[in-house]
Write a protein that binds this ligand. Structure first.
Ligand code: ASP
Length: 330
């Protein structure tokens, strides 16, 4: 994690120098492979945010290649990341809020426009599974806090301590200065968002996070909000977001990406347009990172972030690996 964060810092500084000269969308070496892969489309396909997307995709792929559903694929993939105690932004090991309490947000959506979400959930390892249970076992879409926790126990999930020794130490260190900035640091966001298209041609998406490190107790980000952190429309495509949740919520980010695709944009152009919208709606994005990934019905994908440093994992029948997203910094 530290290495990745250092990389983000370095790439941001490098990016500023480069873009000062070019001031526009910045191409990456991955662009060509994305274009080639997108030419014919892909089925099945799974794409997921950040480096940890690669281990999520591995599990998802095992389901997709056997003809399993996109919904099972994304849920099972992100569960693996939720269980990884070394990841400081999702599930166990997620950094706590300013009071030292780990609170989790998650959402899931299937090809029938059915969705489920949980927010401010504590002591449950797999918020994504609780979100799925909300979708499948209740007449509701969204449960929060104590109610979500009780529902999770009723559904057979176990009470689990999510604060690891390492995340507790990190919080205690943070307490020494306790500088609270309600603005995201470029380095402190790595929600896992995962989108899949299965062999039956159905789309699904999942998104799970511990949110911003040292956030105010009770703060909820974009990830559990359908249309902000995640949106799926099986006629068109799917999108999910990572980065400063407040900025993503303000523009209903994932919904915008899907609507742009509905109006004819490629997933890549739609992600760029949503980043552009965030930039237009904020006076100063110098410390504000937001990123989107998107997938359409043909299995074409795209990604974009405001600042450099965002990457995603892609698994198709022909391709398996990590790509750096395009970015724009103004
Ligand atoms: N979007 C998340 C939030 O604001 C943070 C992240 O992407 O890691 O809660």
């Amino acid at each position: 994690m530290k290495q990745r964060r250092a990389f983000l810092k370095d790439s941001l500084l490098g990016g500023i120098a480069f873009i000062a000269a070019s001031c526009g969308w910045t191409s990456t070496s991955a662009e060509k492979s994305q274009e080639e892969s997108n030419l014919k489309g892909n089925k099945p396909i799974v794409i997921s945010t950040w480096n940890h997307g690669e281990i999520a995709n591995k599990v998802s792929w095992q389901i997709l290649e056997k003809g399993g559903t996109a919904l099972d694929a994304v849920e099972q993939g992100v569960r693996l990341v939720e269980s990884d105690p070394t990841g400081s932004s999702v599930g166990i090991g997620g950094l706590p809020d300013r009071d030292g309490i780990v609170t989790l947000d998650a959402s899931i959506m299937n090809h029938k426009n059915e969705c489920g979400a949980v927010a401010f959930l504590q002591n449950i390892e797999h918020p994504i599974t609780v979100a799925r249970k909300v979708m499948e076992e209740t007449p509701h879409v969204f449960l929060a806090g104590e109610g979500a926790y009780k529902f999770a126990l009723e559904q057979g999930l176990k009470d689990t301590n999510l604060l690891t020794e390492e995340s507790k130490k990190a919080w205690e260190k943070w307490l020494e200065e306790a500088k609270y900035k309600p603005i995201i640091n470029i380095e402190n966001h790595d929600t896992i968002g995962s989108l899949a298209l299965d062999q039956h041609g159905n789309l699904a998406g999942a998104c799970t996070t511990s949110g911003l490190a040292y956030k105010m107790h009770g703060r909820v980000g974009d990830s559990p909000i359908i249309g902000a952190g995640l949106f799926v429309d099986n006629e068109v495509g799917a999108a999910c977001a990572t980065g400063l949740g407040e900025a993503i919520i303000r523009i209903a980010g994932s919904n915008i990406v899907v609507e742009m695709m509905r109006n004819g944009m490629s997933p890549q152009k739609a992600c760029e347009a949503a980043c552009q919208r965030v930039i237009e709606k904020h006076q100063n994005v110098s410390g504000l990172q937001v990123a989107f990934i998107a997938l359409n019905k043909k299995g074409q994908y795209g990604s974009c972030s405001i600042h450099p440093g965002f990457n995603l994992a892609i698994h198709t029948p022909k391709q398996n690996g990590i790509e750096t997203a395009k970015h724009q910094f103004i």
